[in-house]
Design a protein around this ligand. Sequence first.
Ligand SMILES: NC(=O)c1ccc[n+]([C@@H]2O[C@H](COP(=O)([O-])OP(=O)(O)OC[C@H]3O[C@@H](n4cnc5c(N)ncnc54)[C@H](O)[C@@H]3O)[C@@H](O)[C@H]2O)c1
Length: 441
Amino acid sequence: MLTRRTFLQTTAATTFLAAAPAFVRGQNLNSKLQLAGIGCDGKGWSDIKEMADHPKTHHIAFCDVDLARTAKVKELQPDAPIFQDFREMLEKMGDKIDGSTVSTPDHMHARITSDLMQMGKHVYCQKPLTHNVSEARHIRKLTKDSGVITRLGNQIHSHSYYRTAAKAIQGGIIGKVKEVRSWCAATGHGKSGYIDRPNNPIAPPETANWELWVGVAPMRPYGDVKCYHPWGWRDWQDFGNGALGDFGCHIFDPVFTAIKQDQGPLDVVAGHTGMNDEVWPAQTHVKYTFPGTELTSGKTIPISWDDGGSLPSKGGSHIPGEVGLPSSGSILIGETGTMVIPHVGAPKVYFAKDAKQRDFETLEGLNHYHGWVDGCISGEQPSDGFEYGGNLTEAVLLGNIAVRYKGQKLQWDAEKMKITNHEEANAWLSREYRDGWKLKS
Ligand SMILES: NC(=O)c1ccc[n+]([C@@H]2O[C@H](COP(=O)([O-])OP(=O)(O)OC[C@H]3O[C@@H](n4cnc5c(N)ncnc54)[C@H](O)[C@@H]3O)[C@@H](O)[C@H]2O)c1
């Protein structure tokens, strides 16, 4: 007899090989979507909690390298086993898991997501999707090949504000878009406060498996309680991606959705306030040229990024002089007006003097997390799967490569995945994996 369990086992094994559509799994669910949660505190807890609030989910396993960070999931689902190593969890429970959230520090996203997808599991992975461009390409390819349901953890994508902004731009509220300026108040090494590795590193807490936390990255001592784990890792180049990596996927998201930007940049150049080989700069300024789309006025469109507290110029926009900018967000300068999209706030349009003032429809917000669960059940891929999320992530990560080569404009051939005018910079498209941690191809 074909039970739910044997059916899922069969399809999990064959989905990837046969590139069968993911709905085959969901259609036959006779109970609940059986989820795992990888990374159980910080953003991981909110991802798990949101998924658990969906009436058709049931968490059957959790994984966190630090057992001190598992109290909340233990209370949520006391019967679910807790693992420290996701590989052990997948080996022991892979046949029962339908999908998983991945909410670890950035450097581990690709390896964990890749293992899950290759086993035919649906994945909701935090932003940025990966730590380097080559990993993003790998996941994008798996997305096409595996047919599993994927979603990037940029939950504001489903917020009323971002949905409204994107729809209004697509409806022509400011005409074709000529230029975009995005910015973010967060700073590169502002969060951990570290610039160099601590001189007298202490041992990791007994509850944490440091070897597993470091994972794919080069080994280094634990440091101290605020340095890397938890939270501080985002400032460090080996683990995180600075302010651009932290907020770029959020803040560029309504821009990419609005103008239907589904291609990589043509070139990118960056400036910053100073950096070393360890942490990201306190302030960066990045200028991209992207190919134009049906929603842009030219064959190319300039998109810029500022972080660390500096605001972009309002010059050339339709924003009145006395109107200030929000602390983070984007301005889209169009032929007949300018839209300001605060991060996170209601979009506002300033019309050109001779332009007709028009209203735009406010769209309701959707539950981003439940959208992924519903997709896993129905087989319908949500709007920001890993193809979209991979493209967004690549743009952000290319900005960070440009940051390493201050003032040098890097030409990007997206199809060949190559920086064509700077051989050395290509080394940053991928990384050396620690022994035993290479992505499985
Ligand atoms: N979407 C958002 O609004 C949002 C907000 C914050 C963070 N994030 C993203 O969420 C991710 C986590 O960020 P955070 O601030 O919660 O970090 P954190 O360091 O506070 O928490 C990470 C959790 O993952 C665990 N962990 C680390 N390595 C692991 C591994 N290999 N396997 C299993 N568990 C592991 C840690 O012990 C910790 O509990 C990052 O990718 C970050 O960019 C997204």
